[in-house]
Design a protein around this ligand. Structure first.
Ligand code: ZN
Length: 163
């Protein structure tokens, strides 16, 4: 609840609203009821993904190689060993593919971040975009209205002609 009254943590003046300035000492009063966000930026997620993918790839291929080295593939090899070997190779390949996709995502994300920076440096014009979309909506409304009237007229004419 952000409407709750609070004490100033600096001077102790009571009955003040959070996210305002203290009426006595001018300290900015924080809203303590709001949860503190611990969000990681996307680069951190992407980096973690890349590390995990890389590790899984290395482990999968290493295990596959070890399986081959220690158990070998001969006429007496249990089918399960072949299955496990295939699974490890498939897992390694899958994680290579995910790794490449994450690399592409990182590039895309960096490009987008640069793009939004350049957008932010431009002067904002929300009024223009709003009026444009309203104009478009008006146009759509007009088209729909005329379409409706055309159908109405046609059906009216038809029913008049029929009677
Ligand atoms: Zn105060």
């Amino acid at each position: 609840m952000s409407g709750q009254n609070m004490f100033c943590p600096k001077c102790g003046k009571p009955e003040q609203l959070p996210e305002t300035y203290c009426r006595q000492c001018g300290l900015l009063l924080p809203d303590l009821s709001k949860p503190v966000k611990h969000e990681h930026p996307p680069e951190v997620h992407l980096m973690a993904n890349k590390i995990l993918n890389g590790l899984t790839t290395v482990v999968s291929f290493t295990l596959a190689v070890l399986l081959y080295l220690f158990l070998g593939f001969g006429p007496g090899t249990h089918p399960l060993i072949y299955v496990t070997f295939g699974l490890l190779i498939a897992m390694g390949c899958w994680h290579i593919q995910t790794f490449i996709r994450t690399l592409q995502l990182t590039k895309q994300w960096k490009r987008r971040a640069r793009f939004s920076e350049s957008i932010a440096s431009l002067p904002e014009s929300p009024a223009t975009t709003e009026s444009v979309s309203t104009a478009k909506l008006d146009q759509v409304g007009l088209i729909e209205a005329s379409a409706a009237s055309v159908t109405e007229h046609t059906t009216k004419n038809l029913s008049e002609r029929r009677s």
